[in-house]
Design a binder for this molecule. Sequence first.
Ligand SMILES: [Zn+2]
Length: 489
Amino acid sequence: MRSFRRFAAIIAIAMLVSLIGGCGTGEQYSVEPQQVQWAEYIGDNDWPFLPKNIFTFDLYENGILLIESDGKYRVEIEGAHSPEQAVVLAGEYGKCYEVSFWSKTDKLRIARVNTDPRTLGEGSVIEYSADESVRYYSDKPGSDAFTSFMYVCREESEYLIIYTGEQQASLSIDERTMLQDSDIEDNWWIPSQYTGNIDGQGAYALGDYRWSSARVLAELYDPYAEKYPDYISKVYLGQDESKSFPMYGYIYEPEGYETTMFLTSGTHPTEETAYFALARFMQMVCDATADDILLYTLRHKVRFIVVPMINVWGVSQNHDGTAELPRSRIRYNISGGSLNQDFDDLSQQESRNVYSFFKQYAEDIDIAMDFHAADTSGKNGVTLYYNFINNTPNAVANYKTTNHMHHRFVELGYSPTNPNLSKIPGSYTKSSAYLEGRLWNEFKVPTITIEHVLHGLFPDAHSSESMSLAVEIFGNFIVQNALFFIANN
Ligand SMILES: [Zn+2]
């Protein structure tokens, strides 16, 4: 943890250095490639999974103005000197780039085009629709701030125009290797056990998605706390906002643990898959034997601090037909507040309970992971959706896991094309309103939100098939981050 936080500080310094020594002023029509160096902040680079992915990259300046109107980008090739600056990244098919810079993000525009703007004459215009697959984040929207986004080049001829609105906006391009099937190593975890459906049906049912929060804990967590009293302790966190539902955390603490991970689920009650999958994964960790060396490693080297149910009220509604809301609409707590966006204000008791619990252990926590299950067909149609703080050393473990899981989707026949790089989403941090944003911004603990995306893949989200994959997705993110922190602590 300590060494990791030093990394974070070094990254910040490296960004400033690259700012000072970055792109020159906006000379119009300059087509000379400029070398932009990503500062060497990794040192000896002994990360377990990391390719030495520090690259220089050619950026091209041009007199390009990028204007957004009605969801359309209008790219104008400017003849006259413009104080603004845009850069063009000529992407290479299949490559993944992380672009980082300082910018006033309210001016930031990013467009993906299939015409090389450098070949166009003065006054030329390219019209292009806004492409939301190029997401970006900033720690301080609207002000000078560190900004970063991921970009996957998915056409043979593709150019990314980045308009920062700055006269001198230094950019760093970090090329991320996209793993191929052949690169998948043998330390990926595949659930060895049948994970069961959550319809409450059949001998192998893991549970029932209609269970109240208390019942989920009583059936899926408490028996393990009783079975392993020296390993698991149950902690009362306080009542929820309704003052009717208690909240609990579980601490899985092996003797001589080497890393601490903070895991949460149940923020969104309609995302049952997520909290059942996390419960199942924790059960498997508890029972792990040396035959399953990855889970066995976690069982003996990782302290897990788990809040399985954040929205205890929401999860407990409408199970007996008496609730005032149809279950499909229960994404909020009793106040109608979105707990997912309450971590700046901490206006709700559930958020305060989670925050206080985290804070007690914050110094020792290496990563926080929040599990969801996107129940809409949105999210740009991705089959795996995640947000994480990508400006941290463990980010590569997350890239790698995402890539791996993408290929697992393909292997299992879930992805319509093979492989479709566009299915791997961008990543970004969030504001402190979100749990992960708050924990990073205040405690500099890296965080990740992982969503098991259901629609378009599984006709029945509660099926064993869906549950198995959810357990595998969540499990691999936990395993890979655990291995990373064990190796680096
Ligand atoms: Zn959610």
